[in-house]
Write a protein that binds this ligand. Structure first.
Ligand SMILES: Nc1ncnc2c1ncn2[C@@H]1O[C@H](COP(=O)(O)OP(=O)(O)O)[C@@H](O)[C@H]1O
Ligand SMILES: [Mg+2]
Length: 263
């Protein structure tokens, strides 16, 4: 399989002088599950926003499915940390918004819609407005509304931070199933080492700002991560330790930098 995303010597400067990314190289294979981890402010969100087409490129190249990224596209879906549903639309219309503006034929649209509503158990909430449902349900809708567009690439930016652990586990499981059953490519940004190792096939550790790739840790665990023998096993802990060690140096450098400039 080919690369779905290719970043080569990618650079992003926020004017006047914040260099968020510099010399950022990363190839992501079609069907891969990649977690990106790095100290706060190292450019994880910026990279994801660039792949999504929300953010311009200062230097280097960024390709998606063989073409330079120049605009947004429903084929590259983003699940944000803060959900940002349309408050004036019912859950059902929030979910259908992308499909409707894109004008997919309605037979196919209904079929995908029903599949996702069922998978995320959202049936009973369809006629509610966002403020009438829990934060956990809002976040499920936030993920489901990306999936109804059936994107090849799904990007998640620390999506489950503010959720209780049960909802968090449920959504982690959904995303693992989605990856396995539907062959989607997933980029998952997190600052949690355990979450990264638990979910991904590869964990990309980034340096302190300006962010670049420091190390890619291959997660050679079976796909059924939720099994106790996998998630509590010796290999899992080893991988967590290895990733945490790599990240630790960067976090320390980040703190030193902060102290030096007197934050
Ligand atoms: N729109 C913006 N304007 C100016 N600076 C920004 C903007 N967005 C992000 N930055 C800066 O770029 C750096 C990387 O930010 P970000 O990608 O959000 O980091 P991360 O997600 O890894 O915590 C930070 O120093 C941040 O303050
Ligand atoms: Mg971020």
């Amino acid at each position: 399989m080919g690369n779905i995303v290719e970043a080569t010597n990618l650079k992003k400067v926020f004017e006047p002088d914040i260099v968020a990314l510099d010399g950022f190289d990363l190839q992501i294979e079609e069907g891969d599950f990649v977690a990106i981890i790095g100290p706060s402010g190292c450019g994880k969100t910026t990279f994801m926003r660039m792949v999504a087409g929300f953010e311009s490129i200062t230097g280097g190249t960024l390709m998606f499915e063989g073409n330079p990224v120049e605009s947004t596209d429903y084929n590259r879906g983003v699940v944000f940390q803060d959900v940002r549903l349309f408050p004036f639309l019912k859950i059902e219309d929030n979910l259908k918004y992308g499909m409707v503006t894109r004008g997919l034929n309605s037979g196919k649209r209904e079929q995908v819609f029903e599949e996702i509503v069922d998978q995320f158990r959202l049936e009973e909430f369809l006629s509610f407005y966002p403020h009438q449902v829990s934060l956990g349900t809002q976040q499920k809708v936030g993920m489901a509304r990306v999936l109804v567009n059936d994107p090849d690439l799904i990007m998640c930016d620390e999506p489950f931070n503010s959720l209780d652990w049960r909802t968090r586990e449920e959504l982690q499981r959904r995303i693992l199933e989605l990856w396995k059953d539907k062959g989607k490519t997933i980029i998952y940004v997190t600052h949690n080492v355990r979450e990264a190792v638990y979910l991904a096939k590869k964990v990309v550790v980034c340096t302190v700002r300006p962010g670049k790739v420091k190390e890619i840790v291959d997660i050679d665990l079976p796909d059924e991560r939720w099994l106790p023998e996998v998630r509590l096993g010796e290999r899992f802990l080893e991988l967590v330790r290895q990733t945490a060690d790599s990240l630790k140096d960067e976090v320390i450098k980040g703190r030193e930098l902060e102290n030096a400039v007197g934050y």
